[in-house]
Design a protein around this ligand. Structure first.
Ligand code: FAD
Length: 509
């Protein structure tokens, strides 16, 4: 470890994908005028992973902190709005539900609306659960508008949204901001890293043309290679393939179709699932699959046979191992992005994990030198966050009625982490859910929508029976009517974009 008096001012970011440029853009904004020297090394020859186009609402906090203008970002990246994710065929073939951001209805006393819904859905006296959450109903009707906090009593006050954007255009947009604020970009391929003999910290990296780039703190954003944390410092990787058997993806863009849907679609396939992410100028598609259950050629056939528009390229393969590094911070190297771990993009969480990693680094920034307590806390929080997201993703596979293919039979019957078992059991017996820690990403609304959507057979909270049927059914009807009226008044998603933030037909430079 450095002596505490060693000030850290030279930050070298290795890699210029979404992780590298998000880090550069935010640090250059927050540390502006602090005497920092921030460099970013990237290699056009190696390129980026080129996927990662769906986000979750917290990204709006990143934009605000990084001083990025929403409309400028949308226009520069061909972005659309996202109200949630539709899951098709996950519970059973022919079934669909939406995991919407934002609130579900409203509470009656301390009881949450899903408790009433469960009781009366069993008697056939309710509509599909999507009718009780504005985000879900608006998504079904392809409507979008910004939340309106001026009327706290309206469901519009609680509307929540994220974006779909073109990943390479997003990195380009962030790069322009970071360079304006003084970040130096170095184009070159790193061939090795040299350690300081006295403490094993990275001293400098060597580029293929002989240049050397030094740094006091290195941020490893080199993608799945984990050039510094994994290859140079030898930090190990904990693999979670037994719970998450998908290990490959094929990505392909296709032509746009109407309507312009304000949500991501995830359709379960025989050995994995397919994403559909609508942008202004194209639709991004991909098939995430388990190579133990389907061949690459068959996976490509499934993907190409299920596009809404004409394919605009050949499918591009990506291989991955679900899991995370044993530590994300070791000596003077902090890994952010794919270098710190990977969870499949089912709930669009990777970009969010980049964002929280940067904020964690800022909160624990070793301005006066690296110390062991900060590093340990950083690693503890990172591990918790990865495991929390992992459990939520596993729940989508475990809670299903499907057993129609070897893949679905495997995931339905597999063992799951104890942390998840306890959660499912509590929900099964009384549909109750309690957050365990502040740092949990997915809150009650998310778990409720996914567990009910996936078909978990839950009993309603017995306290619901204290409310007379007539009152309880009236309460559900009110929620449904208010949400239907508000959704009806929202503009069409495509019309909203055309009016406020349409991108140029040719992407901005
Ligand atoms: P990369 O994009 O791989 O960037 C690595 C950088 O390091 C590049 O600039 C490269 O040139 C540089 N580099 C590497 N080696 C060297 C070297 N030797 N010398 C110099 N430079 C080097 N996330 C979401 O939030 N939402 C999604 O919808 C989503 N979908 C995904 C779908 C798939 C199939 C996959 C695999 C991932 C998805 N992700 C998604 C994750 C998302 O793509 C990543 O989190 C995000 O792109 C960040 O990647 P990165 O910057 O860490 O790595």
């Amino acid at each position: 470890m450095n002596a505490p008096e060693t000030k850290i001012r030279k930050i070298t970011i290795v890699g210029g994908g979404t992780a590298g440029w998000m880090t550069a853009a935010l640090l250059s904004q927050l540390f502006n005028d602090g005497g920092f020297d921030i460099k970013l090394i990237e290699s056009d020859e190696i390129g980026t992973i080129g996927v990662g186009e769906a986000t979750i609402p917290a990204i709006r906090n990143y934009h605000a902190l990084a001083g990025l203008d929403q409309v400028a970002m949308i226009r520069a990246t061909q972005a659309t709005f996202k109200l949630g994710i539709e899951f098709v065929d996950w519970r059973a073939l022919g079934h669909s539900y939406i995991h919407g951001f934002g609130k579900i209805g409203q509470d009656l006393l301390w009881l949450h609306p899903h408790q009433f819904w469960l009781k009366y859905a069993a008697r056939g006296q309710t509509k599909h659960f999507d009718h009780y959450a504005l985000n879900c109903l608006a998504a079904r009707q392809n409507r979008f508008c910004l939340p309106d906090p001026r009327n706290p009593g309206s469901p519009l006050a609680d509307l929540d949204y994220a974006y779909h954007f073109d990943a390479s255009l997003f990195a380009r947009f962030l790069r322009a901001h970071a360079e304006q604020r003084g970040v130096t970009r170095i184009e070159g391929r790193i061939v090795s890293a040299e350690l300081r003999p006295e403490d094993g910290h990275v001293d400098h990296v060597l580029l293929s043309d002989g240049r050397r780039v030094d740094g006091e703190l290195f941020i490893d954003c080199s993608g799945m290679r984990a050039l510094l944390l994994g290859q140079t410092l030898g930090v190990g990787y904990e693999e979670w393939s037994h719970w998450l058997p998908c290990d490959r993806a094929l990505a392909v863009p296709c032509e746009s179709v109407v309507p312009l849907t304000p949500y991501t679609r995830s359709t379960a396939r025989a050995a994995g699932w397919q994403w559909r992410i609508p942008l202004q100028h194209r639709i991004g598609n991909g098939h995430v699959y388990s190579s133990a259950h389907i061949s690459d050629d068959e996976a490509a056939d499934v993907l190409l046979a299920n596009l809404d528009g004409r394919a605009l390229a050949d499918p591009r393969p990506v291989r991955f191992t679900p899991g995370r590094r044993d530590k994300s911070w070791e000596r003077n190297v902090v890994a952010i992005g794919l270098s710190s771990g990977f969870l499949e993009p089912l709930e669009s969480t990777s970009i969010h994990l980049i964002q929280t990693a940067i904020l964690r680094l800022v909160a624990l920034f070793p301005g006066a030198g690296i110390n062991a307590a900060d590093v340990a806390e950083y690693n503890r929080q990172t591990s918790f966050e990865f495991e929390d997201v992992r459990d939520f993703i596993i729940a989508h596979y475990k809670v299903t009625e499907r057993e129609d293919t070897p893949f679905w039979a495997y995931v339905r019957n597999m063992d799951i982490p104890d942390s998840l078992s306890a959660r499912l059991e509590l929900f099964r017996t009384s549909a109750r859910f309690f957050g365990q820690q502040k740092a949990e990403l997915f809150r009650e609304e998310s778990w409720v929508q996914v567990l009910l959507g996936q078909g978990l057979q839950a009993q309603h909270d017995p306290m619901v029976d204290l409310i007379p049927d007539e009152q309880a059914l009236g309460f559900l009807r009110d929620i449904e009517e208010v949400i239907a009226d508000v959704a009806q008044a929202m503009p069409d998603h495509a019309a909203f974009i055309a009016k406020h933030c349409r991108a140029p037909a040719t992407p901005l430079n």
